[in-house]
Design a protein around this ligand. Structure first.
Ligand code: MN
Ligand code: MN
Length: 471
């Protein structure tokens, strides 16, 4: 190729670059320490409630105070509000008034898991089990034969809430769902992956010792209730006012000889939640009010008071306007929403060389190529998607380029291969600019998902640039 055409190619082709070729050596140390903090966040926040607690602790350390009705608010102030222990909004008041809109970084903190049924406990074959109902789109065959732990709450009649934690702390026992031995699995092996393990097979083994009285039936079950009664003061029917989640008992660890990736439960979507939060806590004196919105229930359709469909966000924006503008009106709220810009952050499917057939390489996210933008999600003919405006993408490209953030663009798999949704369209329906973006992940929704450290770090830098940006 002549030099002239080489130059032309360099000028005209889009360059897909490996992030490791682009990262500054001086950033590597910051990336490593950032990822250590992220791993701690993952290990301590295995449910949406625990995650919300972590977020509040970190926000308070960074000077955020709980929102209170009637409090005086001015430019530079930082407040947070937690909705029912399961979703959190942080706001940092900018120099411009709220009717000019906010910069919003949003993600979800719920992850696929198994919930205990309202009446979960039974005994069979002299073993005791908890029955579960899976939450979110998980592949059931991935959940047996791995160590599990329980987290949750039991709401007591007197208004107190007891926290349940079994299997998480050092020295705690683990729990497990059993599977067939290969010697007896010939029939099961003939079933499809989606049918081999059914929802009703996902019963968690919890105990095997009976109470002493040999005349009694259900002696192992009784022993379990005896132990739970001693520890938590509950009886069998109290499970109906509990929310107890079964999650993998793995810790977040580095992956690979080069330690360049992180394996963990719950990257979806705590990786975008943590990066959004970390960026939010870093930005001082933003031009526009910045918001970080970390919500629950995305994995089950975003419905309910703590999901993105809830009025929680609109209500708090209205409250903020009322506290900063004496002449509050609904018009100001509508203008604020219309003029806001949002990064709807969720994980993207990373190209997996083990399964290249589901992806189209030119439009796949790759681990190690940085922050990824998805112009649209959805299924089939983009059904159910938010399709970000070209003008908004142009704005974001400038923000990212000016900050030296390396990013890629992707879609979720080949056309008609499948698809997925996020919270993007919900806020876009309030008439603001929204795009899907986030971190590419391998093994999405598996008990142990994998991300690249450089993508995690670069995504956080991207959020930071966005929150600092002018409109
Ligand atoms: Mn997600
Ligand atoms: Mn998901």
């Amino acid at each position: 190729m002549s030099d002239k055409n080489k130059d032309l190619k360099k000028k005209l082709f889009s360059q897909k670059k490996n992030g490791w070729d682009q990262v500054k050596k001086t950033d590597i140390e910051a990336m490593e320490s950032y990822c250590e903090d992220y791993k701690r966040f993952l290990n301590a926040g295995k449910t949406e409630r625990l995650c919300a607690q972590q977020i509040i602790t970190l926000a308070q350390k960074a000077g955020y105070v709980p929102y209170e009705r009637g409090m005086a608010l001015k430019t530079g102030d930082k407040v947070y509000l937690c909705n029912r222990g399961k979703s959190v909004l942080l706001a940092h008041l900018g120099k411009k008034p709220l009717d000019e809109g906010a910069q919003i970084a949003a993600a979800h903190i719920d992850s696929p898991r198994l919930d205990l049924k309202p009446n979960p406990l039974y005994e069979d074959g002299e073993l005791a089990y908890f029955k579960t109902h899976y939450y979110g789109g998980l592949r059931k065959y991935q959940w047996p034969t791995i160590p599990l732990e329980l987290h949750g709450v039991i709401a007591m009649k007197d208004g107190t809430v007891k926290e349940v934690n079994i299997g998480h702390d050092a020295g705690d026992p683990k729990l497990v769902i059993t599977d067939l031995l290969p010697h007896l699995a010939a029939k099961q092996n003939e079933k499809s992956l989606s049918e081999g393990i059914t929802g009703e097979n996902l019963n968690v083994l919890i105990a095997s010792t009976p109470v002493e009285d040999k005349e009694l039936e259900n002696r192992v079950k009784l022993n379990v209730l005896r132990m739970l009664n001693e520890t938590y003061g509950i009886t069998e029917k109290d499970f109906t006012r509990a929310e107890i989640e079964v999650v993998p008992a793995f810790k977040a660890r580095d992956v690979g000889l080069d330690r360049a990736m992180i394996g963990s439960y719950g990257h979806d979507d705590r990786v975008c939640s943590y990066t959004s939060l970390a960026a939010m806590l870093k930005v001082e004196n933003p031009v526009h009010t910045s918001c970080c919105l970390l919500v629950d229930k995305e994995e089950v359709g975003s419905n309910g008071a703590t999901g993105m469909h809830s009025r929680f966000f609109e209500n708090i924006v209205a409250e903020l306007i009322a506290l900063t503008n004496a002449s509050y009106s609904d018009l100001i709220l509508r203008r604020c929403l219309k003029n806001s810009k949002m990064l709807s952050s969720d994980v993207s499917a990373a190209f997996d060389p083990n399964y290249p057939e589901v992806n189209e390489r030119k439009n796949s996210a790759f681990c190690g190529r940085g922050f990824t933008f998805n112009k649209y999600t959805g299924a089939r003919g983009k059904s159910g998607c938010n399709d970000a405006n070209a003008e908004y993408i142009a704005y974001l490209r400038k923000v990212m380029d000016d900050a030296g953030v390396f990013f890629q663009t992707s879609e979720l798999g080949k056309v008609d291969q499948g698809g997925g949704g996020t919270i993007a369209y919900i806020l876009a329906n309030l008439n603001m600019e929204v795009i899907d973006c986030g971190v590419p992940v391998l093994n999405m929704h598996a008990p142990w998902e994998v991300v690249s450290k450089i993508d995690v770090y670069e995504t956080c830098r991207g959020y930071e640039a966005f929150l600092r940006a002018e409109k």
